[in-house]
Design a protein around this ligand. Structure first.
Ligand SMILES: [Zn+2]
Length: 443
């Protein structure tokens, strides 16, 4: 039986449409079981003393687990978070690209268990076994995504083209043309680079109907470009999660950019106001904390995922009852310019308003003579003659909605916003994953 055939009902599985009271009961039971398991490990024994199964927010008195905690608690530095010292396992690298590796450990069974949320997400955004999929996710160097997406495609029943993030656009172009691949799945900036490279070679005989991305946001400016140039009908993120946690969310055919259904049978997601420590109500932005039920080798309780999010607070028109949240970008994707805090999302919104600019954008903080400057670098294939106008339009759009920044520029305490326009592919990317380097504090 393929992963696709394992689906039950109109959605991938009945949990997605479970009524509210059944959902609440099951979630509470799963959380209590998981906390009991985690307390076997000495590290968690006292730490989880504040767990209150009767509270509406049972973990609110438990300290969050931070990225730096994982580095200290996991091999190669320590085995303090391991529930078993002898289990067969996979060692993956998480984040930090320099120096001492930070790891994430999955037993083989845990790696297999990713199939459920993975298949659920891909099903919800329209993947079918008849699809022919180029897998451009990150492979090698202890990266996880390529191998589990590869496994999912095999078991789902699709035609699978395991290209990875290392394949050159020329080669992807040839494969897509010769084998009529109709889908691309990959890290957002790798996928869009591949598409742009293919467009330069020529699109005769190539039709990419579905683009499934992950790892980072694909912004509206990028989506508009892809729809316009390739006629791509589906552009969606089948899964949102991190290697330190688990799959946390998935999109469906009705979710707008950045909005996800929560896999709330897989994890207990909290959105927390870190100023007060209180849980956020609908629409209020906070930090995402995840407690991940399938992670048994290294229990992960209240992990600070590092992304800001908010609960949407209303049901999805698709009919799924798994709750919706909106991802608001990395918590650290913010630059302090003078007295203003400029978020990467704000810059992206402004870029999307200027026709002719792509969504490949880096924002940078420079400082000279004690004065800050925001510099925004954007890739574009616009002709030279149009560039002066584009630069002005973007600088104007960024300042227009930011009175604090505008005032600081007017009184000389912050230098005017700089805009650099670069050819496609010119912005720096992480050499191993291909992810765009989005925010640079160049002080
Ligand atoms: Zn939905």
């Amino acid at each position: 039986m393929t992963l696709f055939e394992r689906k039950r009902g109109p959605f991938y599985d009945p949990w997605e449409a479970a009524p509210e009271d059944a959902r609440r009961r099951a979630s509470r039971r799963r959380l209590a079981d998981y906390v009991r398991w985690a307390r076997r490990i000495p590290f968690y024994r006292d730490r989880l003393a504040g767990f209150d199964p009767r509270s509406d927010f049972p973990l609110s008195r438990v300290p969050p687990l931070r990225s730096s905690d994982l580095r200290a608690l996991l091999p190669p530095r320590s085995s303090r978070l391991l529930s078993s010292k002898t289990a067969g396992l996979n060692v993956f690298q998480s984040g930090g690209t320099t120096g001492f590796p930070k790891t994430a450990l999955f037993t083989h069974a845990e790696l297999d268990a990713l199939d459920l949320p993975n298949a659920r997400g891909f099903y919800a955004v329209g993947l079918r076994p008849s699809d022919r999929v180029c897998n451009l996710f990150a492979a090698g160097s202890l990266y996880m995504t390529f191998i589990h997406i590869n496994r999912m495609l095999q078991h789902y029943g699709c035609a699978n083209f395991p290209l990875s993030n290392h394949a050159a656009p020329e080669f992807i172009h040839m494969v897509a043309r010769l084998f009529k691949a109709n889908c691309i799945a990959g890290i957002a900036s790798v996928a869009i680079n591949a598409l742009r490279g293919m467009e330069r070679i020529g699109l005769k005989g190539i039709r990419i109907e579905k683009l499934y991305y992950g790892g980072e946001h694909l912004y509206e400016a990028d989506k508009a470009e892809i729809r316009g140039k390739f006629g791509t009908e589906v552009i969606a993120a089948p899964g949102y999660g991190t290697i330190d946690s688990w799959y946390i969310g998935y999109q469906c055919g009705r979710t707008p950019t950045g909005v996800f259904h929560c896999h709330d049978d897989q994890c207990h997601l909290e959105i927390v106001d870190e100023e007060t420590g209180a849980p956020c109500g609908p629409a209020a932005a906070g930090m995402a904390y995840a407690t991940t039920f399938p992670r048994r080798l290294t229990p992960i309780v209240r992990y600070r995922v590092g992304d800001r999010a908010r609960w949407v607070g209303s049901p999805c028109p698709c009919g799924r009852t798994t709750p919706l949240f909106e991802l608001l970008g990395r918590g650290d994707d913010v630059l302090r310019i003078g007295f203003d805090s400029i978020g990467y999302d704000h810059v992206q919104e402004c870029v999307a308003k200027v026709k002719g600019l792509s969504g490949s954008v880096q924002m940078r903080k420079e400082r000279g003579g004690g004065v800050d400057r925001l510099v925004v670098a954007v890739e574009t294939d616009a002709p030279k003659t149009a560039r002066g106008r584009l630069r002005e339009a973007l600088a104007r759009a960024i300042v227009a909605q930011r009175p604090t920044l505008a005032k600081a520029i007017a009184d000389g305490s912050v230098r005017p916003v700089g805009v650099e326009l670069l050819r496609p592919g010119a912005l720096p990317r992480n050499p191993r994953t291909g992810k765009l380097v989005r925010v640079v504090d160049a002080r």
